[in-house]
Every structure is written in C-alpha cells, then in structure tokens.
Design a binder for this molecule. Structure first.
Ligand SMILES: [Zn+2]
Length: 256
C-alpha cells in the first residue's frame, strides 16, 4: 500500500481542500469548493489532477468541480445526490473506491446528518469526513435527525483510534470554547484547548487531529459520557445518553 501524502489547500475563510498524492505526478482532491486555490497549489507542486472526491453537495465543497474537470478531465466520485452535477460515479455505504493512477483505495461510509447524503472516505490511516465530524465538534444538522447523526458519528468512532481526521473546516478553536462549557473539568479537553490556542496564535492548522484524541475531547463523540449527559440535562432534564444528549448539545452549540 502506498503512503498517502495529504496537503491542505486553504479556501474561503476557513475551508480546507485536501490534496492527496503518493509522491508521483498525480493527485486527487477532496471537496474543492473553489478551483483557483487548487490550480495554484497544483502548479506550485507540479501535480496533475487524477480524481475528485466529494463528501457532500454544499457549494463550499463542490463549487470548483466544473472548472477543475474542464482543465484536467478528472473523474468525479461522490454520494448519490442529484444536487451534485457532473458526477462520474455515485458511491454507497461499504463500497471501495479506487483512486485512479494513485493506487489509493478508500472505503465509503455513509454519514447522514449534516446533509441527507453525506459520505466519508476512510483508508490509509486517514478519514476525510467533510462537515460531519470536526475537530472537537460536528456539523450542523441541516438535513438529518440527531439519531442519524449519532449513528453516523458512531460509525466514525469505531474506526482505529490512530486514524487521522481530515475535516473540512478550521473550526477547532471555537469548538474548544464550546466544549469547555459542556465539560469544564475534562483534563484532556483543557490540554487540547491550550494546544489549539497556541497553534492558532502561531498561524498553524489544527487539522488533522487523531480520532483517539477526538474520543477524549469531542462532546459530540461523547454523548453517552455521564459528564456530557449531565450538561445536556441542564437544558433538558429528560435527555438520555446518546441521540437525545447529542440533540441538546447540538442545539446549544447552534445558539452559542
Ligand atoms: Zn456542509
């Protein structure tokens, strides 16, 4: 199995477009919401685009696809969703997607919640999860129920703990502020929050994170932990471990 090299291409104010390569001249790109920064990065690194992978239909994830396809003729793999035009192949739960010319292969995981057709790509020790799981947070529930998001996060939580989590936004600092409201005495979270603050002051990215650490600090992966359930019950005394706690803390974060 080739080792994957992942490079961040910042886009808009806080998006990350991920460029995947294996040391050769070809690369794949995940969620190119804007074509221009991808063109610049590929020119800089002397890379040709071999494939486009998409996690969901939002414009800040697919907005650059048409121009990249025009320029490179790369195939487009993403979820089955008519809101994503120009796809070469639609992907479903459990399918394996081979990235042409790179020798990389990813497992497709359906993770509805943020959108109804959101997928994630897992392979080579990496998870590309779009707007489903963020570092110390999760995506807003635009099209899914808390139960769906809970089931989606449970699938991701079951991956190996050393999985590197490549989410699509630099939201970690604000997510830490919120998570500390939920779990002020979580020592691992306090350490993570300090490290994140230092990284952002120094202008460094906080992504990727490691799944094992997310399990210790991310309140949305911890909806069955007594401390998180207790925090949810301050808002709704009927909150139970799991989806109803997730629902409470998601609604809390939406207004935070
Ligand atoms: Zn989104």
């Amino acid at each position: 199995m080739p080792e994957v090299i992942v490079t961040a291409v910042p886009a808009f104010t806080d998006n990350y477009i991920w460029v995947l390569s294996t040391g050769g001249a070809e690369c794949a790109v995940v969620d190119p919401g804007d074509a221009e920064p991808v063109f610049s990065a590929l020119r800089r690194d002397g890379l040709e685009l071999a494939c486009i992978l998409l996690t969901h239909h939002h414009a800040d994830h697919i907005g650059g696809v048409a121009r990249l396809v025009d320029a490179y003729g790369a195939p487009v793999f993403g979820p089955h969703d008519p809101r994503i035009p120009g796809q070469t192949r639609s992907l479903h739960e459990g399918e394996r997607v081979e990235v042409p010319l790179l020798g990389l292969e990813f497992e497709v995981i359906e993770v509805p919640g943020h959108t109804s057709t959101h997928i994630a790509f897992h392979g080579h020790g990496c998870l590309f999860c779009g707007d489903t799981l963020f570092s110390v947070g999760c995506g807003r529930l635009f099209e899914g129920t808390p139960e769906q998001m809970q089931a989606s996060l449970d699938k991701l939580a079951a991956l190996p703990p050393d999985t590197r989590v490549f989410c699509a936004h630099e939201y970690t600092l604000a997510n830490c502020d919120f998570a500390l409201e939920v779990e002020p005495s979580n020592a691992a979270l306090r350490r993570r929050a300090s490290a994140v603050e230092a990284a952002r002051v120094a202008g460094r990215s906080t992504v990727p994170s490691e799944l094992g650490e997310e399990l210790a600090v991310n309140p949305f992966l911890r909806s069955r932990e007594p401390s998180v359930v207790r925090a949810a019950r301050r808002r709704n005394p009927l909150a139970q471990p799991g989806a109803s706690t997730l629902a409470e803390i998601r609604a809390w974060k939406d207004a935070f």
